[in-house]
Design a protein around this ligand. Sequence first.
Ligand code: ZN
Length: 296
Amino acid sequence: MSSYQLRRSQQDKQIEDSPAVDYIRSLNSFQGNTRGFGQSNSERLAMVQQAQQNRAQSQEQGHDHSHEHEVENVERAERAESTTPLDSYLPLAAGANGQGVVLLQNKLNALGAGLVTDGEYGGKTTSAVQIFQVANGLPKTGSIDKGTAIALYSSQAKRLEQAQLEGVPGQYLGEYEAYRGGQNIGSIDVVELNGKKVAAKTARAWKTLRDAAAADGVFLILNSGFRTMSEQRHLYSKYGSPRAAYPGHSNHQHGQALDIDASNPQHKDWLFKNAPSFGWRNTVSFEPWHWEYFGN
Ligand SMILES: [Zn+2]
């Protein structure tokens, strides 16, 4: 074996054994990752494998020039896969701060997040990371592991406004704290639908109701959906009681309630006649527009 061939076969061994190739393989075997990024990773894995195959073939055929070229391609593909500017800061999670978080916030902003780049990994950064993960078919952890870092710096990264939960209409806005009777009842997934914030579960039911009404020629209008604690605080400070409920006590804070325009008598009649069979109840007798979804 010539020294050139020896050097080549050592390089090949390194490529085969490289953590990058192992990492790409592990990403592809990860089941939760078959949507979005799973696809592009498997495409890139295929690219690396194809390049390795081409190299093996050209070696057999003695085409040393194309061999050289393919080695470069493999190395470039692997470098692109395995290295991100965040690597020395990983893992990054809520509570972290400093330069790594500033880098992350800038990257998220370039993808549509609109964060203050204060270097503090707080609730808003966590939420932006979750939205990014949903947009890119990654597990919604809210923290940055190697897989999310690679996705962030990929040329195929999907922007935050592209985030959609599977089977839920509307754009995914993240998790918000829900309240019932003044008690925090945990965080819920919220989407934007017809220009309003709506709890994910209610969004599905609203779309069903809206479409059923439309099929009868009744085009329902959504006036209000889920309210965040800060939105309810704002309303309360603006209108006070009794027009606005005390923050934490509004029945628009638990996620089940929608205000559906009922000023048109045709709409109101349709709702009272049909909405109950879709799992909706009018829970405030003097507010014909206030409907809550309880399921069937
Ligand atoms: Zn209401």
